[in-house]
Ligand binder design. Structure first.
Ligand code: F6P
Length: 320
């Protein structure tokens, strides 16, 4: 039977474990022999590859991160290292790969496919939700819920103390987490790379709100705008409010995957195995406009993640 190796690569995210489990179980159910690669691309080179037993993936569905561990490997850029990785797979009779990760990982696997003709299927997973061609990446919903819980907690102290809180959220260059959490948490201010902001207008809006009795405020800023410190000082100086900055950082990457991330993992992982069994060689699983599908690595590499028009519109008033 066909041997397929399953791996995680790049930044970890919640939902990777359900995807690993599901791809493994579904591969077995469909007559394939699954293998597991530990440590991501680095593990391909260092031969951390073993045959998957059902117990390897039992009891992991509810855990954040990835039991296969992950890495961002520079060595994989080197052809000679990829040749080592290829030999490791070939020695075990493995001819296909499922890679759960982000666009960087898909590009790496695409190069690997071009070199050695090893087909792969990509499962989009990153809290940043910045992979072109899909509306959803595994880990986003869990990260949003972590942010929501943190902001709700901060709101308790903000209201008790008449303070302003600036909360910096992750997303690399993408403002998706900041926009959605601003709406879900009722933030007064939201700064993201996708929308031009106007501090003067914002100052005026907040001054009026203060006059009308506002005693505290919550601002959510995407890390990509690099405005956390500045905005905190600006609020203190301009609005004369006691302001504090909270950088949520890597808390956002952890936590037990939410229902949404588990179910999306089932869809993406089974679709990835199906794609390989159809004989496709380099497709990335997608969920777009409510429909599951696949796209090419090239579209992922050359495209740009688009934020929904409606989302941008709803958030615009929070940027000025
Ligand atoms: O891509 C996921 C992410 O968490 C980004 O949101 C963030 O900018 C980056 O990774 C942090 O990278 P590292 O974990 O290497 O500090």
């Amino acid at each position: 039977s066909e041997r397929v190796a399953i791996m995680t690569s790049g930044g970890d995210s919640a939902g990777m474990n359900p995807a690993i489990k599901c791809a493994t179980d579904y591969a077995i159910a469909n007559g394939m022999e699954p293998y597991l690669v530990y440590d991501g691309l680095r593990g391909l080179i260092d031969d951390k590859i073993k045959k998957a037993e059902p117990e390897d993936v039992s009891g992991i569905l509810h855990r954040g991160g990835t039991v296969l561990r992950s890495s961002r490997s520079k060595r994989f850029f080197d052809y000679d290292m990829r040749a080592v990785a290829y030999k490791n797979l070939k020695d075990k009779g493995i001819g296909k790969l499922v890679v759960i990760g982000g666009d960087g990982s898909f590009n790496a696997l695409n190069q690997f496919h071009a070199d050695f003709d090893i087909p792969f299927a990509g499962v989009p997973a990153t809290i940043d939700n910045d992979i072109p061609g899909t509306d959803y990446c595994l880990g986003v919903d869990t990260a949003l819920n972590v942010i929501l819980n943190s902001v709700d907690s901060i709101r308790d102290t903000a209201t008790s103390f008449s303070r302003a809180f600036v909360i910096e959220v992750m997303g690399r260059h993408c403002g998706y987490l900041a926009m959605v959490s601003s709406l879900a948490c009722g933030a007064e201010i939201c700064l993201v790379p996708e929308i031009d902001y106007d501090l003067d207008q914002m100052g005026e809006r907040m001054r009026l709100e203060k006059e009308n009795g506002r005693t505290y405020l919550i601002a959510i800023v995407a890390e990509g705008v690099k405005m956390g410190d500045y905005l905190t000082r600006w609020i203190g100086d301009t609005l004369k409010m006691d302001a504090r900055l909270t950088v949520l950082g890597h808390t956002q990457r952890g936590g037990s995957p939410t229902v949404r991330d588990r179910i999306m993992a089932y869809h993406f992982a089974t679709n990835a195995i199906d794609s390989l069994q159809r004989g496709e060689t380099s497709r990335i699983m997608t969920y777009q406009d409510g429909v599951y599908g696949t796209t090419s690595v090239r579209e992922v590499a050359e495209g740009k993640a688009v934020m929904g028009e409606k989302l941008l519109k709803l958030c615009s008033p929070l940027c000025r």
